[in-house]
Design a protein around this ligand. Structure first.
Ligand code: DX5
Ligand code: ZN
Length: 224
């Protein structure tokens, strides 16, 4: 599977969102990561389907919607209609992961499950046939700009091994604190999508930062 960079707009300037997405798109970003927070599952409140539909009008890149919300089943339809290409729900917020993943797929959207740093990845084991991707959280969700948790490398390797048993390719996405110092290592550990907020939109030149991250990730694969 190709390595892709997913800039997280959580770190972008919301007053210039369309422009900022255009910049990373032209620099080779593979998808746009949209962090949805409800002030309940996580302490922060961010954005909803309206922002997804606004982005859909300005970029051809797939919109990778990461739901950090309680009761995600209630909002799947709204995000699908808004133009999400993938929707990920947190396993900690989902009483029946298989049912939720099946609902996402029925909407014609790629289905993902996100796991918090303390959650055993075994919860994914009996849902691999319904998963298009897994988000391995490398920070506690809620805020951008946190430090990468080094134990995430081991978890990435374990998830990569777990999804290798599926009968089709499953993306492994790493989310939180990804930067130039760890991009090679996460790719080597099995990540195929690298989410990056602060290390892209927090930089003076987000286009150059996108290109540099992709290069660093690819170098990790070569070395691995
Ligand atoms: C954290 C979010 C992340 C966040 C990543 O709760 O899920 O997607 O935007 O931002 P950085 O790369 O700044 O850690
Ligand atoms: Zn995220």
């Amino acid at each position: 599977m190709n390595l892709r960079i997913a800039p997280s707009i959580l770190a972008a300037d919301f007053a210039r969102l369309g422009d900022q997405v255009g910049v990373v798109e032209r620099a080779g970003a593979g998808l746009i990561h949209v962090d949805v927070m409800d002030g309940h599952f996580v302490p922060n409140i961010t954005m909803g389907p309206l922002v997804v539909s606004a982005l859909k009008r300005v970029t051809p890149l797939p919109l990778d919607v990461h739901l950090m919300i309680s009761n995600p089943d209630r909002y799947l339809d709204a995000f699908a209609r808004a133009g999400a290409a993938t929707i990920s729900v947190h396993v900690e917020a989902t009483p029946n992961l298989r049912r939720t993943l099946a609902s996402i797929r029925e909407l014609g959207v790629r289905a993902g499950a996100a796991v918090n740093p303390q959650t055993p990845i075994d919860v994914l084991r009996d849902a691999t046939d319904l998963l298009d991707h897994v988000i391995v959280m490398s920070v506690n969700p809620g805020f951008g700009g946190q430090a990468f948790m080094p134990q995430s490398l081991e978890r990435l390797r374990a998830v990569r091994a777990l999804v290798a048993t599926a009968d089709r390719p499953v993306d492994v996405e790493v989310d939180g604190g990804v930067d130039l110092t760890n991009a090679g290592a996460v790719a080597q550990a099995g990540a195929t999508i690298l989410v990056a907020g602060a290390s892209i939109f927090g930089q003076p030149d987000p286009a150059e930062a996108t290109r540099a991250l992709l290069k660093a990730a690819e170098a990790g694969i070569v070395l691995g």
